[in-house]
Design a protein around this ligand. Sequence first.
Ligand code: GDD
Ligand code: MN
Length: 380
Amino acid sequence: MDVSIIVPTYNEAPNVAELVRRVSAAVQGREAEIIFVDDSTDDTPDVVRAVAASASLPVRLIHRDEKVGGLGGAVVEGFRAAQSDTCLVMDGDLQHPPEKIPELLDRAARGDVDVVVASRYAGGGTSTGLADRTRVLVSKASTAVTKAMFPVKLRDVTDPMTGFFVVDRRAIELETLRPRGFKILLEILARKSFRIAEVDFDFADRHAGESKASFLQGLHFITQLAALRFGKMSLFAVVGGLGAVVNLLIVWALTSMGVNYVIAAVIGAEVTIIGNFLLIERFVFHDMRHAASSVWWRFAKSFGFNNAEALIRIPIMALMVETWHISSVIATGITLVVAFFVRFVFHSLVVYAPKKGAKPSAARAVLEEIDEQAMQPGEI
Ligand code: GDD
Ligand code: MN
């Protein structure tokens, strides 16, 4: 099998026969299959079965009873079911011209990239099929914002929101994907660094039926962006926040027992530092441990940094208490927030830095690292 063509469908009955006809013609001479991953409430499944019976290539149907993850979830299901590692994803409404398939596959077959993106915004590509001016504007603006949020990973991609692409399944870690809604390509590209090529295409008008894009999809998209971008950092923040609360409680308990606030702060800091390290090892950077230095070396770096930081933080705090006459609890709170960002960057870049062989240029490496680590998926 040369390629598995994955088509997510939601109520596309009038488009199925024409799609299969044009795809079949386009992939002539190649061994291909079409997999419809369907969440329809209309008679799309029946139409697919009927068309499959007389098609010149294998046409498979996966009908899902629960549309988990929507369009994106359907595509991931298609990846799992595919016979070929080369998976081509396209919409079922013929806005993605099947005649482009050979060019995409030929590009992929050169073997130097993991993903080939069919782009509306590269070279001669167009997006005239987008319903109206508002959608064109929304599409362009969200593409710009997305690229700005992932400057390194999306550096070679003009259209990270397209639904038309080829990917080598072996290059994606399917378990790390959290598909929700329409932007499955972005979900894939933001997780890991890929070698990417683009081919331009004209986004056509719908063959029949209506777009399923909605305001809700827009919301999905925004939460997806936030989760992708801030996944690891927000977990780090949760752990840090927890530590801060414990720290404050210790300071409060000890000072109310009559302990000097500087001593109370030192005890609070040490307990928090050790607790934080154990928590981030387990929950935040667990996926980076294997590539990083040994656990004791990581602990040494983390402990050393946090103590140095606390050493600076406690005198600053004391100064704030003495000169501004604010409470030691509030002063601890303020300094902890400032310290948070510094600490995240240090842990991402130094404590959990992968042991490297050959190095790329220093500036590039730093950029890649920040990009990579700030948006690793996190799990609570
Ligand atoms: N299985 C499944 N489940 N398929 C779905 C679902 C769902 O919940 N929602 C939509 N689809 C299918 C549609 O039936 C269609 O085949 C394809 O996904 C795209 O849906 P459209 O409703 O046609 O979306 P669009 O044209 O507004 O947007 C498409 O093009 C954009 C630009 O390339 C999508 O591919 C977007 O992701 C893409 O950004
Ligand atoms: Mn469409």
